[in-house]
Design a protein around this ligand. Structure first.
Ligand SMILES: *Cc1c(COP(=O)(O)O)cnc(C)c1O
Length: 224
């Protein structure tokens, strides 16, 4: 049994109105997405290019798709025409590909810088020092077809709530530092995307503006 509309309502009642919900629909069928859509949800997160391409043509056009999984540079051009935001920008090379493909179609693509905050090898993202290096590189300001809207991160998968809190606090601290040092003039650098089904409460307490929630809305995933 699942009741996606009720799950969404219940989630909304537990977070401030200002926090955006990204409904993570990876592995879930389009009828589940449509159910969420019909209850008002418009922003959905997916982590595989082929999967978004397949699903989006079967669903309403006013859905905002967020890419939240590792993106290979050679697949960038397939999603740029319709993607609302790439949350998982984890290298300077990827940033330049997104810029280049966006430029070709005269689009400015919203991006979040994914930062590695966990202590798991499996998670991706910029190490903080790599990030500063990327932003300070002389070419960075020439990337006119990307819009950096903030940061994204994933905490370690653990029951240790204090550890998770510390990682989220680090990410929020990094966001503030970047905002002060490099983006104080930007109208767009406002988002801290952190928190998933298991840790969104802590993330919101630590300043999250966007939570990426899958299983709590759509039910547990079989795999992935
Ligand atoms: C799958 C995934 C989520 C959502 O995970 P849940 O635990 O199902 O809420 C959030 N962010 C990223 C990057 C993911 O890959």
């Amino acid at each position: 049994m699942h009741d996606i509309a009720a799950n969404l309502r219940s989630l909304k009642s537990r977070i401030p109105e200002s926090v955006k919900i990204i409904a993570v629909s990876k592995t879930k069928p389009v009828n589940y997405i449509l159910e969420a859509y019909n209850s008002g949800q418009r922003v959905f997160g997916e982590n595989r290019v082929q999967e978004i391409l397949r699903k989006k043509d079967l669903l309403p056009e006013d859905i905002n798709w967020h890419m939240i999984g590792h993106l290979q540079s050679n697949k960038v051009k397939m999603i740029i025409p319709f993607i609302d935001m790439v949350q998982s920008v984890d290298s300077y090379k990827l940033l330049t590909s997104i810029n280049q493909e966006s430029n070709k179609i005269n689009k400015i693509t919203n991006c979040l810088l994914e930062i590695f905050i966990a202590d798991e090898e499996t998670k991706s993202g910029f190490a903080p020092d790599e990030l500063y290096e990327a932003i300070e590189s002389p070419d960075f300001d020439n990337l006119k077809n990307i819009r950096i809207c903030g940061v994204m991160g994933m905490a370690t998968f653990t029951d240790d709530k204090e550890k998770v809190r510390k990682e989220f606090r680090n990410l929020a601290g990094l966001f503030k530092d970047l905002k002060t040092k490099y983006f104080s003039d930007s109208l767009y650098f406002n988002e801290i995307s952190m928190g998933m089904s298991g840790d969104y409460k802590i993330a919101v307490e630590e300043g999250s503006t966007m939570i990426r929630v899958g299983s709590l809305i759509f039910g547990e995933r079989i795999k992935n």
